[in-house]
Design a protein around this ligand. Structure first.
Ligand SMILES: *Cc1c(COP(=O)(O)O)cnc(C)c1O
Length: 421
């Protein structure tokens, strides 16, 4: 496999783009492959290598690349112009459909990214409650804005420390952290900080360290303790929304939060973010209320058109059911391989999300950190060499799309077998 063109382009790119990329996770060392095109389950680099794609742009492409229905919807929007700076009918239709699918969402606001969605949801929760603090999960990822770029030290820390240079400690001092799947610590934090606690935000399935799944009744207990203490519960469903079910993790697990953030899938591969929730909270958002929020590209007609198209296909083609079955087959195949090879590894996931943890089954962030991440990177390169593109990290979820065929799944499994060996 030659990567000469990518290597050469990287030399130029790194002088112009920090790390040679436009987002850090793409910076595969010593250099990433640069993509030429993609279609269905396949992605092709500028050297002409073709890979079966299990990264899928880190989540949005649930129908695979260049889906014809989405393409047609975008083209037909382009014919009518693509940015107006006025409200449109399709944004009302998409809002109506989402509100119908997510019982937690009475009203919503379109934004352009998941980062903006969580930033604005937290602002609305703080504005609504008049309180400052919020709790997040250690290892939970909610985009790249100041207040959420905090990870844990060892164990549950009380007041967070910035996880990035350039973020004043004053901006993160209201960010509290608890471990996933630990209702006791959450309850004690809620009791301790309740005077000034606005919200609890979490990914119902931890998609950015794994996936790590909620254990037993965890989400139900989370709902109970936040409700009893008037803490706004925000499900960050930027990964799980329209993935686990049309109604996301909240439908899948039967737990209804107060607010929800969406992104990724719901834009059909075009930029989008959404935050929504109970009427009384969302009516606080400008211009109906005093929580300021705005965006030039919010409700972008092309993103909305692509979003409506992806929802149509997901519903009409019963995609979740098929992906769930394909995911189950793949995970059981992977479990057999791991068992046959006698590895102490763990196959995790549900529906179209999967991962092999190079270690014991993790329940939270600290467990995940114990996995063999260097070993995983070596494995990643072997898989790439075998024509399978996985996200280049032990801590990112692998995805399947509706475009993956039975033949793709067989190739994925035999590559896993050969390279784990
Ligand atoms: C990707 C992601 C975000 C951030 O979305 P962007 O569109 O990259 O800003 C937020 N929350 C979760 C759970 C995500 O996976």
């Amino acid at each position: 496999m030659s990567l000469d063109k990518s290597r050469e382009l990287y030399q130029k790119a790194r002088t112009l783009l920090p790390g040679g990329v436009s987002s850090p996770v793409r910076a595969i060392k010593p250099y990433p492959f640069y993509t030429q095109s993609a279609s269905g389950s396949k992605i092709t680099d500028i050297d002409g290598n073709e890979y079966i794609d299990c990264c899928l742009a880190y989540g949005p492409n649930i129908l695979g690349h260049a889906n014809p229905n989405i393409k047609e919807a975008v083209i037909s929007q382009l014919d009518k112009g693509w940015l107006y700076g006025t409200p449109t009918e399709p944004e009302v239709s998409l809002a109506d459909r989402i509100a119908g699918l997510y019982p937690s969402i009475d009203m919503l606001r379109f934004v352009s990214t998941g980062t903006e969605a969580t930033m604005s949801a937290l602002r609305a929760a703080r504005g609504f409650t008049g309180k400052n603090k919020f709790i997040k999960i250690e290892g939970g990822f909610h985009g790249a804005h100041d207040a959420v770029l905090v990870k844990a030290g060892s164990g549950a820390t009380t007041l967070g420390k910035p996880d990035s240079l350039g973020i004043p400690g004053d901006f993160t001092k209201h960010t509290l952290q608890v471990p996933f799947n630990d209702i006791e610590t959450l309850t004690s934090f809620i009791e301790k900080y309740n005077d000034d606690l606005a919200a609890f935000i979490l990914e119902p399935v931890m998609g950015n360290i794994g996936p790590v799944l909620p254990e037993g009744d965890y989400l139900r207990e989370v709902r109970k303790v936040t409700e009893e203490n008037d803490v706004v519960l925000i499900f960050d469903e930027v990964i799980t929304g329209f993935r686990l079910a049309m109604g996301g993790a909240q439908e899948y697990y039967g737990v209804t939060p107060d607010m929800t953030t969406l992104g990724k899938i719901v834009g059909g591969g075009l930029p989008i973010g959404i935050f929504g929730g109970k009427k009384e909270i969302m009516e606080m958002v400008s211009p109906s209320g005093s929580v300021y929020q705005a965006g030039t590209f919010s409700g972008s007609p092309t993103s909305v058109a692509a979003g409506l198209a992806v929802l149509d296909v997901l519903e009409k083609e019963d995609v979740h059911k098929k992906l769930s079955a394909a995911g189950d087959d793949l995970r059981s195949g992977l479990s057999d391989i791991v068992a046959d090879l006698g590895l102490d590894y763990t196959v995790s996931g549900l529906s179209s999300m999967f991962k092999i943890f190079f270690g014991d089954r993790p329940l939270d962030y600290q467990d995940v950190l114990k996995c063999d991440k260097e070993g995983y990177i070596k494995f990643f390169f072997r898989m790439l060499d075998s024509g399978i593109f996985l996200p280049p990290s032990q801590f990112e979820t692998n995805f399947l799309s509706a475009a993956h065929t039975g033949d793709d799944l067989e190739k994925i499994l035999s590559a896993y077998e050969a390279n784990l060996k």
